[in-house]
Design a protein around this ligand. Sequence first.
Ligand code: NIG
Ligand code: FE
Length: 406
Amino acid sequence: MNNLILKNVKQLIGITENSSIPKKGKAQGEVGTLENAYVVIRNGIIEDFGNMDECPNTELTEHDCTGKLVLPMYFDSHTHLVFAESRSGEMNMRLHGKTYQEIAESGGGILNSAAKLGQMSEQQLYDAAQIRLEQALKQGTGALEIKSGYGLTIEDEMKMLRVIRVLKQISPIPIKATFLGAHALPEEFKNNKDAYMYLVTSEMLPRIAGEGLADYIDIFCETGYFDLNDLKQVIEAGDKHGLKAKVHVNQFSSFGAIKLACEMGALSVDHLEVMKEDDYTALQNSKTIATGLPLCSLFLDIPYTPGRELINRNIPLALASDFNPGSAPSSNLNLAFGLACSQMKLTPEEAFNALTYNASFAMEVQDEVGSIQKGKKANLIITKPANGLEDIPYWFGESIIGSILV
Ligand code: NIG
Ligand code: FE
């Protein structure tokens, strides 16, 4: 638990008032900033902050931040951080012209990850995930959501979720768990999707919810994976067990999944690389948070989520890593920040809010973390000497993080 006072902070970035809604439209580009600031941190909580002219005398250890920025850590509201091993072999296949979908059809993809995971013990899975969690933390991630979905059997989905439960216990940052049983159709259900959907919603889910292993429910709603009817079943089943939905939609095609998810009250819809007019309209009329995954777009060389357009249309935008072995083998949100500006045409302020404040709503930790506010956890990034927020996307692929406080 940190007890210290930060002094001479060049810019304290991300100050907010109490608010119960994510930022959208013009507000998405507004960032509360204080120049030449101090921050008092007691027991890991932001107790006070203000201008250096009013800096109190305290007994606390002083940390000089001359020339440096202080901001909330990023919130990664969409990851698949628990997985068996790398699928780097698929990269060569892609370089030889195969698409993500073709690789999956030829025995790679999610089913490949599931086969590997089936052979690993809970301890082995945990050891690998724990190293990835450490790495994400170092890169500035201050809370994260982790999905199951590489198990695809009751035993292995629960194994993944139990690993996430242990990560929650040891982690200095908040973690949320999402049950993604409907991630891909296992080979043995190839001709019987209904039976698999029954397994997911009526056998896996009750046990998982019964043991309190999941906070949310997810489905990969996409051509060749799961359809609108499956999406409806999953969200309904989640409702029955008190799990809100955070769903994979519109990665490769648009066929009404966003509208249905919004109407059914999903917390977030994620991916959104392919968008039609109806998709925007549905989001405009709902409280669902749109989440873009720029590292996936970079890695698979697919379109970026139209972040500029979403913000122009007054839709709250969050950004996350999608960290996974198939479509985004990186948890680096500094890079996501850079891509948000250079590729999605967001301003640094909009990208910052997408990765912090709005992302905290997309995983419901907004009362605890996500901005500079008295009483919130001091999960903070202290940068190296920097000019301003724009230095983060400017040094793309690099990191201007000097240290983190958790
Ligand atoms: O979000 N699209 C579905 N699921 C992951 C990828 C999973 C994988 O390829 O292993 C995603 O991109
Ligand atoms: Fe994903």
